[in-house]
Write a protein that binds this ligand. Sequence first.
Ligand code: NAD
Length: 316
Amino acid sequence: MKYTVIGAGAMGLRYGILLQEHTDAHVDFIDAWAPHIDKIREQGGVYVSRDHENRRLIPINLYTPEEYEGDPDVWIIFMKQMQLEEMLERCAHLFKDHQVAFSAMNGWGHFEKIAKYFPEDRIYGGTALVATVLNGPGDVDFIGKSGAGTMHMCAMTNEVTDIEKAIFADFQQANLNPEISDDFKGMCMAKIVFNSVVNTLCTMYQITMGQFISYPGAREMAMQLINEAYDACDRAGIKLINTRAEELESVDYVSRTGNPLHYPSMYQDMSRGRKTEVDFINGYIARLGRENDYVCRTHEFLTHGVHLAELAFQYH
Ligand code: NAD
């Protein structure tokens, strides 16, 4: 199988390099961030470490959209929400009828953009419960030991197809620990709600996931956000793949045990002066509520809260 990763950032590198190293797939990467591309070319690959250890140089095939001439079976798309539209436009000349697109980006907004180029029956979504940090150009840390993290995947049509089974098998071999879901929207929303608690609160208060969950009121704060989001989903007719109680336990487990030392990617963006994805996470939940005659007051407040934190960070 041939995969081309659009977005050789933290997650694109994790998926692409694990596929390249553990399967017989051919993997190419497309990126557009010049300092990253220049560094990778200059040093002959990407430096990859695991929890700050075993740093090693791994060569990759990296192109800009304009240089690329490949024809993959599967596009793996890992941009930040705000960058995606422009990147897809730059890659549009490469998209063909036999190809499928897979993305496990956070938030909601990417599938509408991908659907401008691929019909729904060739789009596969995922949710990745794993932490990865791009330390800087050409340098990435796959947080957690080999085999860390889990993911769900599902076709946008909810049908399990042969190509999905083949991707699943490769992801399994690459130690990405995939599980196939049978409800696309329910799967995506469960991750959006998770991120709306952990990413958002850790970013606003500039703390790690372990520091967040060590606060005695953390579970109560989480439950308030979960309840509001689930109430909006109930009104929108979306049934999440986790119950409310399971969602809370997931927040607790991942923060306390899974990645206690990790600053979520939203914090990493803010701390580097980049915009966060909050409008596509808490902001999306709030919009879903409003569209269904329900006001998610806490999510609306926190969307402002993160934008205010982005602004405040620039004054420091
Ligand atoms: P990333 O920011 O590391 O990379 C995305 C793109 O941004 C890449 O093209 C990269 O080259 C570019 N980029 C990186 N730093 C830049 C900078 N300073 N200026 C300009 N461009 C820059 O993003 P990611 O962490 O791989 O996230 C991709 C998607 O996956 C997002 O939706 C994210 O929420 C989601 N996600 C991330 C993680 C994680 O732990 N990183 C986990 C699960 C899901």
